[in-house]
Ligand binder design. Structure first.
Ligand SMILES: NC(=O)c1ccc[n+]([C@@H]2O[C@H](COP(=O)([O-])OP(=O)(O)OC[C@H]3O[C@@H](n4cnc5c(N)ncnc54)[C@H](OP(=O)(O)O)[C@@H]3O)[C@@H](O)[C@H]2O)c1
Length: 311
């Protein structure tokens, strides 16, 4: 009987990592021994993962030694970092900011160091065969400096560059650019949910014409299968994780009919006085409208092409 591979998921208690683990438990129970990484094995989220029969190991992306230990024996890894917690932290506690730092650059610098730690720990993992990095396209790069506030996207692509450049990871890396979560309207209603107006109609106001298709991701349903396909295919792929391409007007019509309400779309104006996170989100929508979620990266492919990468 062949030995099972060891698949380690960073961010195992999160939206992305959790979805990957749940998919693999269900669809490939005999392929991998699964291990989830968390900072807090005692949390309810960790116990929920453990209840699926998945090993939970404690490690912190800020702590290189803990990452190296947690990755011991890994053959396959899904890696993701979280940007938003650092932005919100710096907005709440501005005293953490160094000279010249904004909440966005503060968060970017922390995420970059976490990315360096992850790449170094993976490079030291001799058993590693394949890794999928959950990346995003850098608006600053692909827009030639037009959009400089989407630092969480910039950090993801800069970390991706570290993955591609690391000699010990050559031939082992693929990436997924996850589309807008379909759950954003529920989990981040202030950023992406229709709001009821005085006339009783729900209005969705975003910095998009509403007529350009955006990639939307049903993370729970689809991310696991995209990652699994990337593990099976040749390395070197950048996949745009789109469950469906929908304009915001189409998205809104689906949302309204599902909820049995009336809705209208409005293109929001740029809010010059927006908070750091809102400034980033505004530019995120403008960037995707103009350049696409992959920024125009000619290497990026979409799920409908996945049949061509599966052997
Ligand atoms: N919302 C969207 O539409 C969208 C689309 C594409 C990409 N993204 C990107 O997705 C990322 C967030 O992923 P997510 O939604 O899966 O996040 P999430 O649900 O908020 O979960 C965050 C995960 O990261 C882990 N984590 C946080 N800090 C850590 C650290 N220092 N060391 C080790 N683990 C740590 C947490 O684990 P513990 O707390 O258990 O330690 C948790 O598992 C963001 O950076 C965002 O830019 C979002």
């Amino acid at each position: 009987m062949s030995e099972k591979k060891v698949l380690v998921v960073l961010g195992a208690t999160g939206t992305q990592g959790g979805a990957v683990l749940r998919y693999l438990v269900r669809h490939q129970p005999n392929t991998f021994t699964l291990r989830g990484i968390t900072r807090n094995p005692a949390s309810q989220a960790s116990r929920d993962v453990q209840a699926l029969g998945i090993d939970i190991v404690k490690a912190d992306n800020d702590d290189l030694a803990s990452l190296k230990a947690a990755l011991s024996g890994a053959t396959h890894v899904f890696a993701n970092t979280d940007s938003n917690q650092h932005i919100f932290h710096a907005m709440k506690y501005p005293e953490v900011l160094g000279s010249g730092q904004t909440p966005l650059t503060y968060a970017r610098d922390i995420e970059m160091q976490q990315g360096r730690n992850i790449v170094e720990a993976l490079a030291a993992t001799g058993s590693l065969e394949r890794v999928v990095w959950s990346t995003l396209a850098s608006p600053a790069k692909w827009s030639n400096g037009k959009y400089v506030n989407v630092t969480m996207f910039d950090a993801k692509e800069a970390i991706g560059d570290l993955f591609w450049a690391e000699e010990k990871l050559k031939g082992k890396v693929s990436m997924v650019i996850v589309g807008f979560y379909l759950t954003n309207a529920l989990k981040m209603p202030e950023l992406q949910a229709p709001k009821k107006q005085l006339d009783g109609v729900y209005e969705l106001a975003l910095l998009s014409s509403g007529d350009v298709p955006y990639p939307h991701a049903d993370v729970d349903a689809d991310l696991g299968s995209w990652v699994s396909a990337l593990f099976e295919a040749e390395a070197g792929i950048t996949l745009v994780g789109a469950s469906e391409m929908l304009t915001w007007k189409e998205w809104l019509q689906l949302w309204a009919s599902r909820n049995g309400v009336q809705a209208r779309y409005r293109r929001a104006p740029v809010d010059e006085s927006a908070t750091a996170i809102l400034k980033a989100v505004q530019e995120e929508f403008q960037f995707v409208e103009e350049y696409g979620l992959a920024g125009g990266n000619p290497e990026a492919i979409y799920p409908e092409e996945v049949c061509h990468i599966r052997s």
